[in-house]
Write a protein that binds this ligand. Sequence first.
Ligand SMILES: Cc1cc2nc3c(=O)[nH]c(=O)nc-3n(C[C@H](O)[C@H](O)[C@H](O)COP(=O)(O)OP(=O)(O)OC[C@H]3O[C@@H](n4cnc5c(N)ncnc54)[C@H](O)[C@@H]3O)c2cc1C
Length: 383
Amino acid sequence: MTHDTALLKTTEIASRVLASSAAQNDKAGRFSTEAIESLGESGLLGLLLPVNVGGSALGPRTFAAVTATLAEADASVAMIYLMHILGAATILAARPSAAQALAPILREIGAGRHLSTLAFSEAGSRSHFWAPISRAHRNGDGVRLSARKSWVTSAGHAHSYVVSALAPEGTGPTDSTLYLLKADTPGLSVAGPWDGLGLRANASSPIALEDCHIPPDFQLTEDSAGFPAMLNVVLPLFCLGTAAVGLGLCRAAVAGTASHLKNAKFEHLGQSLGESLPTLRAQLATMQIDTDGLSARIDDLVEHLEKPRDTTMLRVLETKAAAGDVAISVTSAAMHACGGAAFSKHLSIERLFRDAHAGAVMAPTGDVLREFIAKSLLGMPLF
Ligand SMILES: Cc1cc2nc3c(=O)[nH]c(=O)nc-3n(C[C@H](O)[C@H](O)[C@H](O)COP(=O)(O)OP(=O)(O)OC[C@H]3O[C@@H](n4cnc5c(N)ncnc54)[C@H](O)[C@@H]3O)c2cc1C
């Protein structure tokens, strides 16, 4: 698969499967298994994996474009896809001693039959995902783990969960280890419903781990090496992917607003809203400018990830922070421009507005990113 064929396939799935059901799935809080099956059948679940496990060996540029295209049609599915890609990347980056045991799972992902996700956030440390409260305990060669994971995208639908916990002998708050738990691991259960303001169709329920046994082959990182994996493997792709979700939402908001301004009429004036009101035209133009600005920022981050340099981590942090703000501001402007029609849910704009608020609260949150960016500029320690 090439970049262009990946995008063609995504566009086809977005229009055939996602666009027609996004509104109903949002209303019902329903996880779209059809969407994930279509993504699997098209080879998109193995997008970043190497060819020898059935992947397409594509990079961040295609990942961002695919995710934005999905989000334009249904941001819930885009977020499920994003978390899966992160799970797959973390499994791929596992320590060499686990490679043999994990190869069948990577091949299942490459074949489009396995959905993964991340379970980092805990009730105890909230958005500070880098500091799990739970601790793994030695149990023969493996470990036992109990934990309260507070939000897990695709909970109850994923085939595996990449889970963080303090290492058995870890001494500091970031001395974590990453493990892989299959969905049928005894002791793993979905611990509550998901009824969010936005991204309502992505099943972000809590999960409980009750004394789960994890064999050594399913320990993804060395002891206490979870934190560097979070920073180096997960964070760049997560920030790029959430920014791409924001971009898709902005594009959908611009298109939805333009359509409304063209089609809604002041019959007594014989004009459409757009023809009649320069204030609404100015608002639409600002939305377009901000959307293209976010797109350029994402392109810049992709270039930094393709050719890493000193400023790459700064760009990673900046892009997610900026995307959260832009997505909220563009979808808010759409709510304003489309007025009562948006407010009373006659348009998809209010779903975009609700979905746009998730990016900024997903960790690292916009506030935390600003803390990191400013501290790094001032030469202060981040943790
Ligand atoms: C739709 C959705 C899907 C999710 N999916 C996953 C998933 O798949 N896996 C996963 O691990 N987690 C997931 N999460 C969890 C997410 O990443 C965050 O951990 C969670 O949203 C944090 O919420 P909280 O109320 O506990 O945050 P809190 O930590 O209580 O934050 C409350 C406020 O304090 C601010 N704040 C916190 N710390 C600081 C600081 N140091 N400086 C300045 N301000 C600060 C925050 O920005 C926020 O405004 C998901 C969340 C959502 C909403």
